[in-house]
Design a protein around this ligand. Structure first.
Ligand code: AGP
Length: 606
């Protein structure tokens, strides 16, 4: 939810930290701040609002400092104000600290500290940690952190410096992600990779419970304070991959990256045209042992899970329950050692999905995650992992992660079906032949965006927009509606087309914009009548369709014909115009499409 950047090295800490925070703005951006130690003195500046406000405040502070911590915030405790912005300081102003996460027992800790004579200037949970460190500080910051972390309950990624130890940086990882970069003798620690890539691609993913002490080199301690060595990984993501590369926004870049993303996603799942999921695959016996499959995720990842449910049921003929992670904790009555629990998460850090993973493991389920971030928390804790390999997804609105999640789930379903002999190699070969054409077909859509731009201009001032579809098309419109509402703030609602006459048709009035997705041959006539139904009430229907375009064109205000593919693969194509419609509508409204209000890219709190 928030972003942390810490630095100790030979460069100017202020520049490294500010640039690093800029690359984390997608994680939350309602206030920002930094602390550095300059000539033995602790300097702190923090501002509410966007990062540019902090930069402005620092213009007349050159800050000759080589060690510091920075933070960009998405408020969870306390309004976004200068006072509540991080870093937070101990009462004696000796210790500065930045935090990502939630301290669940901060109220009782704060009350106790107040009784002991300490005072607080903010309403945050984070300040309690800074004051606790003062209380336990006896001249060694590392020792104080070891004591304090045993008192805290909740999730916390911390960056800590102290004026009394001007060449020391201490970081802690508990649940909230922290990744460390090694650049020669310099050490960078951040919430996510893009902040580090400019300086190094040599990374250490701190494990849950790790404590990092940076002073004349570095030493990592595990949750029991034992010295440990963590593997240094070299990532292939260049800085450019996390930059906009000439596009106006990350969302636009990531929509247009999807042909390549799908190719990369398939690259590590198909060998010589055959499915090979490596360590992520199950044997026939293991699959036979499962008597139920759950797919659990949040938001767009959950909507990709809808398609995964369809694919596993259709190809592998195994019943699947697709459950929202935030609801799963109340609806997981049948989880046991015969359950396969599939989690889907772009970031691999979503707290609700991580909680569902842990609940499933507690009940002895086998867990597999479909994720875009290697070494993320969910990746490391799941029994098996399937990687989307979409490259970093920075925009809050998920696009290429969705299509690569769907692609990954399709391949997984086909692998299950093959192992269980529910489908022949020949049938799979035919499907994979169509799959291999998808990147080119997505590119065809990306080369034909004008009709979508035009319709975006027509709906940008609408108060409500409705999406209708049946079967797989209904799953596509659920995702389409979320995309539009997320970045345009227009009330957008997905309606099961067959349900209109049972109530929702009352919402349709003269001029209501309706996006209909009609790609499934076997239910085309029914969707056709549903389009007639809403059109008869005055709706302005934009139909995204497969074959039979002529028939649908005649009953639509505008229609968009997708390149032809097999029915089961249309969701990967149908979502592209929906993504573009959301993006262009947001642009037409002059909104900040990459950082929509109230939302953050990775929801690491429950
Ligand atoms: C999608 O556009 C949203 N940003 C949101 O629904 C997101 O998909 C959800 O929070 C899950 O995130 P995850 O895939 O990183 O777990």
């Amino acid at each position: 939810m928030c972003g942390i950047v810490c630095y100790s090295g030979k460069n100017a800490a202020k520049d490294v930290i500010l640039e690093g925070l800029e690359r984390l703005e997608y994680r939350g951006y309602d206030s920002a701040g930094l602390s550095v130690i300059e000539k033995g003195k602790l300097f702190t500046a923090k501002r509410s609002g966007k990062l540019s406000n902090l930069k402005l405040a620092l213009l007349d502070h050159p800050l000759e400092a080589n060690i510091g911590i920075g933070h960009i915030r998405w408020a969870t405790h306390g309004a976004p104000t200068d006072l509540n912005a991080h870093p937070h300081l101990s009462n004696d102003k000796n210790i500065a600290l930045v935090h990502n996460g939630i301290i669940e027992n901060f109220h009782e800790l704060k009350e106790k500290l107040i009784k002991e004579g300490y005072h607080f200037t903010s309403s945050t949970d984070t300040e309690v940690i800074a004051v606790l460190l003062e209380k336990y500080y006896e001249g060694d910051l590392l020792e104080a952190v070891k004591k304090v972390r045993k008192i805290l309950k909740g999730s916390y990624a911390l960056g800590i410096i102290a004026q009394s130890e001007p060449d020391r940086l201490v970081c802690v990882r508990c649940e909230s992600p922290l990744v460390m970069g090694l650049a020669g003798g310099d050490v960078l620690v951040a919430s996510d990779i893009p902040s580090i890539l400019k300086y190094t691609n040599k990374l250490i993913y701190l494990e849950n419970g790790d404590l990092l002490d940076v002073k004349d080199g570095y030493q990592i301690y595990d949750i029991d304070d034992n010295k440990v060595d963590r593997e240094i990984k070299e990532v292939s993501w260049s800085l450019e991959a996390a930059s906009k590369e000439g596009f106006d926004h990350f969302m636009e870049k990531e929509i247009f990256e999807q042909p390549r993303a799908i190719e990369d996603c398939l690259r590590n799942k198909l060998v010589d045209g055959k499915i090979d999921l490596g360590d992520a695959s199950f044997t026939k016996e293991e699959l036979r042992n499962f008597n139920k499959v759950y797919i659990v995720a949040c938001g767009t990842a959950s909507y990709a899970g809808n398609i995964g449910k369809y694919a596993i049921e259709k190809f592998a003929q195994i019943p699947v329950v697709n459950e929202l992670a935030s609801e799963f904790r109340y609806n997981n009555h049948f989880i046991d050692e015969k359950t396969l629990l599939i989690l889907v998460s772009q970031s691999g850090e979503t707290a609700d999905t991580l909680a569902a993973l842990r609940e499933g493991k507690r009940k002895k389920a086998t867990t597999l995650v479909v994720t875009n971030v290697l070494a993320s928390s969910i990746d490391r804790e799941a029994d098996k992992s399937v990687y989307c390999l979409a490259g970093p997804e920075i925009a809050v609105a998920s696009t290429k992660a969705y299509t690569t999640q769907v692609m990954s789930l399709y391949i997984l379903a086909l692998d299950f079906a093959l192992k269980l002999k529910k489908i022949t190699e020949k049938e799979v070969e035919e499907i994979l032949k169509e799959v291999s054409k998808l990147p080119g077909k997505i590119q065809e859509i990306l080369d034909n965006t004008d009709p979508i731009k035009e319709f975006a201009n027509e709906i940008k001032d609408a108060s409500s927009v409705f999406y209708i579809g049946r079967g797989l098309d209904y799953y596509s419109v659920i995702e389409g509606a979320l995309k539009l509402k997320e970045v345009s703030y227009i009330h957008s609602e997905a309606l099961a087309a067959g349900e209109l006459k049972h109530g929702t048709l009352a919402l349709i009035e003269e001029g209501s914009p309706v996006i209909a997705v009609a790609t499934q041959e076997n239910i085309m006539d029914k969707t056709f009548s549903n389009i007639e139904e809403v059109r008869a009430r005055g709706a302005k229907v934009f139909t995204i369709c497969g074959e039979n375009a002529e028939k649908l064109e005649n009953v639509s205000y505008k229609s968009y014909k997708l390149p032809q593919t097999i029915d089961s693969l249309y969701p990967i194509l149908a979502v592209i115009p929906e993504q573009l419609l959301a993006y262009y509508t947001s642009g037409a409204k002059g909104l900040d499409v990459d950082k929509p209000r109230n939302l953050a890219k990775s929801v690491t709190v429950e």
